[in-house]
Design a protein around this ligand. Structure first.
Ligand code: GAP
Length: 441
């Protein structure tokens, strides 16, 4: 049994997790063999699996388990008229200052009038820097072919509001949800994958009758906070923080952030904004297309208000990893363990034949194939069983299934639990049902 857990605290925790991510194939610096590209990362095999699970967990809670939300998957390259109408071209900016001494550039609101690199106070006046990545569509680099990579997925949902309303026969309150890449030319990316220029968003635009938006805002704050605890973050590491008026985005009448206790302090995981009818009104005016909803019950036309929970998938993955990382001692030996929720772990089950001998091969493959129909599995037959358990603990695999020589006689296998390290002997015929029961949250 594991003994008293002595988890590293910040900043040791941050280093331990970043190190683990690189060493075990969660996250690699992008194009590392060419020296990388600043603050850009590639998700390795385990990172790709886990990021997919984070998306799945969000999709399950926000779409699958509800009857009032539908998904879309809109284009990343967007007509500039969208960003003109949404206000992003004019106002999606951060204040940029240059250090005249060392020539570094900083976000004025993140430094205290002193260059963090050289300590000089000789800084330029702050000027607005637009965060959108600009590109050209087609072979001619002209003003008429400018397009932008989306800095948020939200606009794809606003411009498709009418399409979804009519094709899906919806009426407010209902939501459109989307997961996808977003791009922001951040002045100072950093803290590993916390702030990057390319990242993944999971956004819901929930359209409601105008008078109901405060109630729905409260509802979504509670729902979203509960999602993080459901998937394993302790509630004392989370908080809701309403924005001060000066912090509000140009479209928001009120935003509350879900924050996580990162090793460097509280940081945003997600913003839940009351966007009012800002976006639909802007697109209605700019496009000349009415985006009003006709309420048959009251005989009124109105522009729905929008409550938007917007979460970062890559940032959430980092928080789940930080919250899950633990070190304890088993039988006098120190182990690193990721206590990830079973649905978030890269592999749900590791299948481990006790020996590499051919006699166990057929049965082990049979067990593997049974489990693979339901779970992401790893098959590992090298080194001692103890080392293999340690390897799985370190990447968060919640269950290991071991096939031994007795299994050939009694068709039973051992299921080992990552957190308690307890072992249960079960008939091969029962393990799928047993494990499905363990995952059912
Ligand atoms: N549509 C609203 C919107 O995009 P946001 O607060 O700018 O809101 C939502 O972004 C979430 O996206 C943030 O709470 C954060 O988790 C994530 N996010 C934002 N910028 C990011 C970046 N540069 N790198 C990684 N994640 C980021």
């Amino acid at each position: 049994m594991p003994t008293s857990s002595e988890s590293p605290t910040s900043p040791g925790l941050f280093e331990a997790v970043v190190n683990l991510c690189k060493r075990r194939g969660f996250v690699f610096p992008s194009a590392e063999i060419y020296g990388g590209i600043r603050s850009t990362y590639d998700y390795g095999p385990l990172g790709a699996l886990m990021l997919r699970n984070v998306r799945e967990a969000w999709w399950r809670a926000m779409i699958q388990e509800r009857d009032d939300v539908v998904p879309i998957d809109a284009a990343i390259l967007t007509n500039p008229k969208v960003w003109e109408a949404s206000g992003h071209l004019a106002t999606f900016t951060d204040p940029l200052v240059d250090c005249r001494n060392c020539k570094e550039r900083w976000r004025a609101d993140q430094i205290e009038d002193v260059c963090p690199n050289c300590g000089s106070k000789d800084l330029t006046e702050a000027r607005p820097f637009n965060l959108m990545f600009k590109t050209y569509v087609g072979p001619v680099e002209a003003e008429s072919s400018v397009a932008y990579l989306r800095p948020e997925t939200a606009q794809g949902m606003f411009v498709n509001f009418l399409n979804v309303l009519t094709t899906m026969r919806r009426k407010p309150p209902f939501g459109i949800a989307q997961i996808g890449r977003a791009f922001r030319n951040e002045i100072t990316p950093g803290n590993f994958v916390f702030r990057t220029r390319e990242f993944e968003l999971m956004e819901l635009e929930f359209f409601v009758p105008p008078a109901d938006s405060p109630r729905w805002h409260e509802y979504w704050c509670e729902q979203r906070l509960a999602w993080y605890t459901r998937y394993g973050i302790a509630s004392e590491k989370l908080r809701l923080r309403p924005h001060e008026k000066e912090e509000l985005s140009h479209y928001s009448a009120g935003t509350t952030d879900v924050e996580f206790a990162f090793p460097w302090g509280w940081g945003e995981l997600e913003g839940i904004a009351n966007r009012t009818d800002f976006d639909l009104r802007a697109h209605q005016e700019a496009s000349g297309t009415s985006l009003e909803y006709f309420d048959q019950a009251t005989g009124e036309n109105y522009l729905p208000h929008v409550v938007e929970p917007a979460a970062g998938a890559t940032r959430a993955m980092m928080a789940f990893l930080l919250a899950a990382y633990d070190e304890d001692e088993i039988g006098g030996e120190r182990r690193a363990v990721l206590r990830l929720h079973p649905r978030l772990a890269p592999y749900q089950v590791a299948v481990l034949p006790l020996s590499k001998k051919d006699t166990l091969a057929t049965l082990s493959r049979e067990v593997l194939h049974r489990l693979q129909r339901h779970f992401m599995c790893e098959f590992d037959e090298t080194q001692s069983i103890g080392r293999r358990y340690r390897r799985q603990d370190e990447i968060g695999t919640p269950y290991c299934v071991t096939i031994d020589f007795e299994s050939l006689e009694d068709r039973q296998v051992t299921v080992r639990d990552r957190d308690s390290t307890s072992q249960t002997r079960l008939p091969i015929e029962d393990i799928v049902a047993h494990l499905l029961g363990c995952f059912d949250t």
